[in-house]
Design a protein around this ligand. Structure first.
Ligand SMILES: C[S@@+](CC[C@H](N)C(=O)[O-])C[C@H]1O[C@@H](n2cnc3c(N)ncnc32)[C@H](O)[C@@H]1O
Length: 456
């Protein structure tokens, strides 16, 4: 409708007695946008009209003017209007003003006995959801007897929950950041809260293949690992990863009269891990250059008799698990803000197959370390910047070294004092630009630290 036609129609409202109710409704319904400086008198008079539809459209058109001076008028009429349809339109008119002055008026309508009026007031108030008094009043309605009202406040609660979940998922207990605890992992984990870490990458003791740990039996060893991994599951955040590096081991024969024993650790531990509640995600084979393998086929090389063949093992297994959840991985990714996602993006070339060729590492102090490159790949691919990465069997702290390089925090436990001290030394060197100092703690100091931070 052009400006002129529009004025003609509006003029007709000045003589409502000349129109039938139907004509009045039609004119009011087709007024379209109104100039803000228009004289509202005809509309103000029509709110007294006997027909509910006419009153409804009169209020609707008044609302379009967005005149804050009409606020007390809307409020008074809204309170006394007998028709729910029209009353709702008054409350809507108040909400459409979108100025903080409307808040006390809309709050009054939250006590209305008619749920439709309450819902309309909620819609207006959601615009001011950041005002603490509005927020707490709206939140109090989530126990309202009307399902319409409860549903109307849901968006508010949903954003709150999402924001809370988001920050819960991304954040980790700050008092764990960059700590090495020199103690038995199971003792330490008793004091670590549920859902604290984003990623665990570890290489456990290789049964009795090295003398830093001795287990009574292979079954006892697997049970010990399962107990640790159960705790790892508890402290892992929803849907996050646990990556385990193991390989078959050989317990050498005691004499030429005895046979040596091989244990296929990754396969034996796998069912225990899935039982705990981790889903199997990927099997990465870490391949080392041939010269780094222990030579096991010297005898066969000489005698060449079938059955006596043995391989030189150049592989280890890196099995990727995810803490079971019904949520897709996209949900985990969505918890991070754009800045963190950008900063964590894996740029450049990366290994597309599950065959990772990485040279092994040797260390002057620790007899069984994995290379920083292996830890770095895992951390880069399965965590975001600022995440907390855990290694229960830390050794010299390779996981910590890689975590620092990649802008993640680490939390490590290592039982052997010499290795824990060595890890502290290496990690302190690598933490020059880190906002959290590296600290080595005894179990007692760790428990004390937790109490100081007010954790239960
Ligand atoms: C295979 S090494 C890990 C080496 C490590 N990935 C690195 O690169 O330095 C296993 C480590 O677990 C430690 N360990 C064994 N039992 C432990 C326990 N119950 N609690 C904490 N650490 C333990 C051993 O002392 C050893 O240093």
């Amino acid at each position: 409708m052009d400006g002129y036609a529009h004025e003609v129609q509006f003029e007709r409202l000045r003589r409502p007695y000349q129109l039938t109710t139907r004509e009045l409704v039609e004119v009011l319904d087709n007024l379209g946008r109104l100039p803000p400086d228009i004289d509202p008198t005809p509309l103000l008079e029509l709110v007294e009209y006997p027909d509910e539809q006419v009153r409804f459209y009169a209020v609707k058109n008044l609302a379009k003017l967005r005149r804050t001076d009409l606020l007390p008028f809307f409020f008074e009429r809204g309170r006394n209007e007998p028709s729910t349809l029209v009353r709702r339109e008054y409350v809507s008119a108040i909400g459409r003003l979108r100025v903080p002055d409307v808040i006390p008026f809309l709050l009054v309508f939250l006590d209305d006995p008619d749920p439709k009026i309450v819902v309309q007031a909620i819609r207006g108030l959601l615009y001011f959801r950041d005002y603490p008094d509005v927020q707490s009043r709206l939140r109090s309605l989530c126990g309202h007897p009307s399902e319409l009202v409860r549903r109307a406040v849901e968006p508010l609660l949903k954003t709150e929950k999402t924001a809370q979940r988001r920050s819960n998922h991304v954040q980790s207990p700050e008092w764990l950041h960059n700590k090495i605890v020199n103690a038995d992992v199971l003792e330490v984990l008793k004091h670590v809260p549920d859902e604290s870490v984003h990623l665990t990458f570890t290489s456990p003791p290789y049964y009795n293949a090295r003398d830093y740990t001795i287990y009574q039996s292979y079954q006892g060893y697997l049970q010990f690992l399962a107990t640790v991994f159960k705790e790892v599951h508890r402290i892992t955040k929803e849907g996050r990863f646990f990556v385990l590096n193991t390989s078959p081991i050989l317990i050498p024969r005691m004499s030429r009269q005895h046979a040596s024993t091989r244990y296929l650790i990754p396969f034996d531990i796998h069912p225990l891990i899935t039982e705990i509640g981790f889903d199997f995600i990927d099997d990465i084979i870490w391949v080392k250059p041939e010269p780094s393998a222990k030579n096991r086929n010297g005898g066969f090389f000489q005698h060449r008799k079938p059955l006596g063949y043995k391989t030189n093992s150049v592989v280890e297994y890196v099995i990727v698990y995810r803490k079971h959840t019904d949520k897709l991985i996209d949900w985990n990714m969505r918890q991070y803000d754009e800045e963190t996602v950008e900063a964590s993006r894996v740029s450049g070339d990366y290994e597309k197959t599950n065959l990772w060729r990485i040279a092994p590492s040797a260390d002057p102090v620790h007899p069984a370390v994995f290379p920083v490159e292996l830890a770095a790949r895992i951390i880069q691919l399965y965590s975001y910047r600022g995440d907390l990465v855990f290694d229960p069997f830390a050794g010299r702290g390779t996981v910590g070294i890689a975590a620092l390089q990649l802008g993640r925090y680490f939390f490590l436990t290592e039982k052997h004092p010499a290795y824990a001290n060595y890890a502290r030394q290496l990690l302190s060197e690598g933490s020059l630009f880190c906002d959290k100092p590296v600290e080595l703690l005894t179990l007692e100091e760790f428990i004390q630290l937790k109490q100081q931070r007010g954790e239960q």
